[in-house]
Write a protein that binds this ligand. Structure first.
Ligand SMILES: [Zn+2]
Length: 202
């Protein structure tokens, strides 16, 4: 018996090494503590400001382990949301990302010149999309305050994981809290933004 187990302990690291060279991602999954994974939710209905239907596509563009979304037009010019690593975050936050990315389509961000990263205009677009997302969850999906807190907790967790400072996390959460508590229906909010931008279709 002792002989057998000592043989095993010599053989196993060798297998692990071979695996990590041939299939790095498999080896990471086996050696690291297995991260929690969640079922991926169905995407919400989404239409952009021009009335085009927005498609949701699961993708692996972002760094692994961090759930993320991207609102863009695909190579054929069709509006799309790419969903990356959604299984890494709880369903409430998956839903939030979907609606946030959809909001970039609803408010016309996707077809406007992208403001410089982290500029005031960029942060404003992000705050607007966050606001639309949380209002939709409140009015269309019946999120109460307890559900809001789960979204906020997941947001905090995800942002901390990527290395955002506490102050950015707090200000983002305080923005959605403010929207959730004080603002009217999401459609009215979106219409206000489109009006402001001269994008409201007659
Ligand atoms: Zn965004």
């Amino acid at each position: 018996m002792p002989l057998k187990s000592s043989t095993l302990s010599i053989v196993l690291p060798a297998i692990g090494l071979a695996l990590s060279m041939a299939y790095p991602s498999v080896a990471v999954g086996q050696n690291a503590q297995k991260p929690t994974t969640y079922e991926v939710v169905d995407p919400p209905p989404c239409t952009n400001n021009k009335g085009e239907t927005v498609r949701f596509v699961d993708s692996q563009r972002a760094r692994s382990g961090a759930a993320a979304g991207m609102a863009i037009r695909d190579s054929g010019g069709k509006p799309v949301v790419f969903r990356s690593n959604y299984s890494a975050t709880p369903p409430e936050f998956q839903s939030f990302i979907d609606r946030h990315e959809c909001a970039h389509h609803q408010t016309g961000d996707v077809d406007r010149p992208h403001p410089p990263r982290n500029s005031a205009d960029h942060l404003m677009n992000e705050s607007i999309s966050d606001c639309v997302a949380i209002l939709r969850m409140r009015d269309e999906d019946g999120y109460n305050h307890a559900a809001f807190n789960r979204v906020a907790a997941a947001m905090r967790h995800e942002m901390a994981k990527i290395g955002f400072p506490e102050i950015s996390i707090n200000s983002r959460i305080s923005n959605i809290d403010n929207c959730f508590t004080k603002y009217g229906p999401p459609q009215d909010f979106v219409i206000g933004i489109l009006k402001q931008r001269g994008l409201l279709l007659p």
